[in-house]
Design a protein around this ligand. Structure first.
Ligand SMILES: O=P(O)(O)OC[C@H]1O[C@](O)(CO)[C@@H](O)[C@@H]1O
Ligand SMILES: [Fe+2]
Length: 190
């Protein structure tokens, strides 16, 4: 027996769902993921801000099912680096994902184990395809929440370990009031 048809509501502007509870990621849950450890410690000590949250459905972990929901990355920076998600590879590396931007602005930063990388722009109405094998991280470069709707194969799984230990090859930072993509100075060392 498979799942039964259903529908769910997600607000077009803020991504919130009346039907589900969000998972919240506070900055303290991301230590080591931003380049400026001192700025991170100060922010955590002065209130531990909410960096992002997501509404994700619970589905059977089957290749015949899809998982979907909304992701909300709040505006802000840690040092010069914009608020972002942890980012992950899928445990089943060959599974892709689609993100559709509902509101806000930013980037989807992607890289594969072969070292190819790309940053695709998020703006309302813009869909981003994350191909198989690409780690992905949403980054909010704007001043309002970045809201996206995502869909992926329900058995894909999340592999956070690689990104937690090595980071991404690139960072998106504010320089002269602009969002720019720079090399991650710590990437080679680890
Ligand atoms: O899993 P991360 O990297 O913390 O990012 C969260 C977002 O990515 C997803 O895992 C989907 O890829 C969602 O659950 C959530 O919106
Ligand atoms: Fe994903």
């Amino acid at each position: 027996m498979g799942t039964v048809p259903f529908s769910a509501h997600f607000d077009l502007l803020n991504g919130a769902s009346q039907d589900y509870e969000p998972t919240k990621r506070l900055l303290s849950k991301m230590s080591g993921m931003y380049e400026d450890a001192e700025a991170l410690a100060e922010l955590v000590a002065s209130g531990d801000p909410l960096v992002y949250e997501f509404y994700e459905l619970s589905m059977p972990e089957s290749p015949n099912e899809l998982l979907f929901g909304t992701s909300i990355v709040h505006p802000g920076k840690v040092g010069r680096e914009y608020y972002m998600t942890k980012g992950h590879f899928h445990t089943i590396l060959d599974t892709p994902e689609v993100y559709y931007c509902l509101s806000g602005e930013g980037y989807m930063l992607m890289e594969n184990p072969e070292g190819e990388w790309q940053a695709e722009r998020f703006a309302p109405g813009q869909a981003v395809y994350v191909p198989p094998r690409y780690a992905h991280r949403s980054i909010n470069t704007g001043s309002v929440p970045l809201v996206t709707f995502f869909v992926y194969r329900a058995d894909s799984g999340h592999d956070y370990g690689t990104i937690e230990s090595k980071g991404f090859r690139k960072l998106i930072v504010e320089q002269d009031s602009e969002a720019v993509i720079v090399d991650n100075p710590k990437w080679e060392e680890r």
